[in-house]
Design a protein around this ligand. Structure first.
Ligand code: IFM
Length: 454
């Protein structure tokens, strides 16, 4: 185990729709993912999260796994449609009770809960009223956050407002690969902005409900690398960075939209959804930033799919994503394994944002496509190499305050549009029986954590 900062926190992460199942139980409302999964062809294997890992019933097994692993913390998400089934109406006490029990069990085992309030499962009723394209959803989100914080805040101090707003906006409303499965320009950019407004409003709501709360947001960051030194490819990499990274980091960490952003979307959107005061709200000081790092994106310049900006999706920025370059290993999903991207991401944040808050790596992990539990040496190497990169960044750059690392994911689960094929877990899940079987990586990590304690 590399030399990590004192007090460095170890954890594992999951998300509600990917593990809970029980989609129709105890008053849970429908989410955009329930609806999206029914769309033919939307999910690779035609599956959904309706049953998933059945953690709604098997949560004790998950807590046992965490305790056996010896982690300090567990990052999980709360399903908004379980708490406020129609997004804005009455609160469903049975939904809150589920998380109450889970948090109690974690605290009893000495595991610190990190609660994510939005990991993509928007109540469908709100999507029917405009979803994240409309500001009202941000306000509803803050009201829901206040309810959860008011219930769990006597035991939960660490709160993450949003997970990966890039995916909830651009992948969901512009690329169309995730729920709600749209390919819009203006609407997707409005969604990205309103998600950040929701983050700002929810931050204030959580702090209002829980005096000792520490509040952060989790962003997925993937540095873009130009396929060549040509001006065209370098410009493409910059556009990719604007869309994927800077659109989110600059408003949150610097209270501005990045230079060049308006030009990128000239003719696509008039950005009229922005209001005075939004950026101040969005950039309210954070207690921590969550960084999800998986891979770098290698890109080349490419023709726009639509020649008319007015009908262009916000994902259509004249960029082609390339496979892992020759000589770079890729995971079974084809994602390039480049731990130096983790290093660059962390150091790059410190370069760009003076006064950067403390950082947790809130996700990092790799998937295999094997169905049966099997040795997973590639996962062990992946984690070790990425931790090395984290340790190097911490050692090299004293502007960085790196506080912890959460492996994605504790257990195999529903990998969104890819269905159940990819397995990210430290523990294998047999989806027919629900049985969890720790993989070699679980045993390896347990030994590392025990050695650290010892
Ligand atoms: O499974 C997802 C998770 O929900 C969000 N971050 C990336 C993971 C792997 O794709």
């Amino acid at each position: 185990m590399p030399d990590l900062p004192a007090g460095f926190l170890w954890g594992a992460a999951t998300a509600a729709y990917q593990i809970e199942g029980a989609a129709g139980e105890d008053g849970r409302g429908e989410s955009i993912w329930d609806v999206f999964c029914r769309r033919p062809g939307a999910v690779a294997d035609g599956s959904s999260g309706a049953v998933a890992c059945d953690s709604y019933h098997r949560w004790r097994d998950d807590v046992d796994l965490l305790a056996g692993l010896g982690v300090d913390a567990y990052r999980f998400s709360v399903a908004w449609p379980r708490i406020v089934p129609d997004g804005g109406g009455p609160v469903n006490r049975a939904g809150l009770d589920y998380y109450d029990r889970l948090v109690d069990a974690l605290c009893e085992r000495g595991i610190r809960p990190f609660v994510t309030l939005y990991h993509w499962d928007l109540p469908q009723a709100l999507e029917d009223r405009g979803g994240w394209r409309v500001r009202d959803t941000a306000e509803r989100f803050a009201a829901y956050a206040a309810v959860v914080a008011g219930t769990l805040g006597d035991r939960v101090e660490d709160w993450i407002t949003l997970n990966e707003p890039y995916c909830s906006s651009i992948v969901g409303y512009a690329e169309g690969r995730h729920a709600p499965g749209r390919t819009e320009g203006h609407g997707a950019l409005a969604a990205a902005h309103h998600l950040l407004v929701g983050h700002g409003l929810a931050t204030a709501a959580i702090r209002g409900a829980v005096e000792q709360a520490r509040v952060g947001i989790t962003l997925n960051l993937s540095p873009a690398v130009a396929a060549s030194g040509s001006p065209a490819d370098r410009a493409a990499a910059h556009r990719q960075n604007l869309m994927l990274n800077l659109q989110f980091t600059d408003p949150v960490l610097a209270g501005r939209y990045p230079a060049g952003f308006e030009d990128l979307y000239a003719g696509v959107s008039d950005l009229s959804f922005r209001r005075d005061g939004d950026l101040a709200l969005i950039s309210a000081p954070l207690d921590f930033l969550g960084v999800n790092y998986y891979y770098r994106v290698h890109v080349a310049d490419a023709p726009y799919r639509s020649s008319d900006p007015a009908s262009r999706s916000a994902y259509d920025i004249g960029v082609r994503q390339l496979p892992a370059p020759a000589g770079v290993r890729a995971t079974d999903l084809g994602w390039p394994v480049e731990p130096e991207g983790m290093y660059d991401t962390l150091v790059g944040l410190a370069d760009r944002y003076p006064g950067l808050p403390p950082i947790y790596v809130t996700e990092n992990g790799c998937a295999e496509l094997r169905e049966e539990p099997a040795p997973d040496p590639e996962r062990i190497a992946f984690v070790a190499d990425h931790l090395d990169a984290v340790a190097r960044a911490a050692a090299d750059d004293d502007r960085l305050d790196l506080r912890g690392y959460f492996y994605w994911s504790l257990i195999d689960n529903f990998e969104w549009a890819r269905g159940y094929g990819p397995r990210f877990g430290l523990a294998h899940v047999d989806y027919r029986t629900g049985t969890r079987t720790p993989k070699a990586s679980y045993h390896w990590l347990r030994a590392q954590l025990a050695a650290r304690r010892g």
